[in-house]
Design a protein around this ligand. Structure first.
Ligand SMILES: [Zn+2]
Length: 309
């Protein structure tokens, strides 16, 4: 595997220590193997080094950096020791609502669906049943329109059910109805949100520690909408202003990097980020982009590298 341009490696979930294996999670050993594999053909830079070179326009084709999205405690507990062992640092893209006592359903729901069902397909089965009951005719229409081969085609590791679930969640159900369905399922399983939240996210002091240990902490919106680009300008602006203000209050400086949650952004988003002093940003895939800006560096999802090890 050789990237044609400077690329970030994108990581989300890890298992090990107290963190259960969930869909798509990897162990610390696998993380280390991925970095070893990539370093055969690339130069893995420390985050600050990457950032300085990106700003100076001196990154080279083979330059790679390590990035973590979503403020997850498993990244800190499992991946950070591996980075320290290899004398590397990473980018940590932090959504901030959860540092301020908020509850971000996206991650809670994911934790629920991967820990309370024997297989994720059992979760999907019940979710599709309830969605069907809820949507009635609209469910059949969506099924007819849905093209599983082309929907989220860049994420080749998604199963048909993964795609159909995301399609329903992001394109058919309203966020309120999606939430009601999941809450009903949580009740059925007697799932405790409070127990889950304590395990899932980084604390403010951990984010601070990362920033003080030469890692780079960047923006990832405040509440992590899954389709941010579809929000009106004012809401997008609030998402990133709150995110930047919150990290500024915690770290004493405004982040100048971003990764786009669920790769969702448009030219308005880029203008907002620019006005907040953000200089370098990452997408969530390696697709070619016309007139790629400094806020649109490519990233490769670790799941696309795994089969090559
Ligand atoms: Zn994210």
């Amino acid at each position: 595997m050789r990237f044609e341009r400077p690329t970030g490696l994108m990581f989300h979930h890890f298992h090990g220590q107290d963190h259960p294996q969930t869909q798509g999670s990897i162990s610390g050993n696998t993380f280390e193997s991925i970095l070893e594999f990539i370093s055969q053909d690339h130069r893995i830079l420390k985050a600050k080094d990457w950032l300085d070179r990106a700003k100076a326009g001196s990154l080279e084709r083979q330059d790679v950096c390590v990035t973590f999205d979503d403020t997850l405690a498993c990244q800190y507990d499992v991946a950070l020791p591996v980075l320290e062992k290899l004398d590397l640092t990473g980018f940590w893209f932090v959504y901030t609502s959860i540092l301020e006592g908020g509850l971000e359903p996206l991650e809670i729901f994911r934790y629920f669906r991967t820990t309370c069902f024997e297989t994720v397909d059992q979760f999907y089965e019940r979710f599709f049943e309830l969605s069907n009951e809820f949507l009635l005719e609209a469910y059949c229409t969506a099924e007819y329109r849905f093209e599983h081969a082309s929907y989220l085609a860049h994420a080749s590791y998604y199963s048909r059910n993964d795609r159909w679930f995301r399609y329903l969640r992001d394109n058919v159900l309203t966020s309120k109805s999606y939430r009601s369905i999941i809450e009903l399922m949580m009740k059925e399983k007697r799932f405790s949100i409070d127990v889950a939240r304590d395990k899932l996210w980084l604390t403010s002091s951990q984010v601070k520690h990362l920033s003080q240990s030469d890692h780079v902490v960047g923006l990832h919106s405040h509440t992590h909408p899954t389709t941010l680009a579809e929000l009106p300008f004012a809401e997008q602006k609030t998402e990133y202003e709150l995110n930047s203000d919150s990290l500024n209050a915690l770290l004493g400086c405004r982040p100048d990097t971003v990764s786009h949650p669920c790769n969702s952004y448009n030219c308005q988003t880029l203008a907002i980020l620019d006005s907040l002093g953000v200089q370098i940003g990452f997408r969530a895939n390696r697709l070619s982009v016309e007139n790629r800006s400094e806020l649109e560096y490519a990233r490769e999802d670790h799941a696309n590298i795994l089969p090559l090890l």
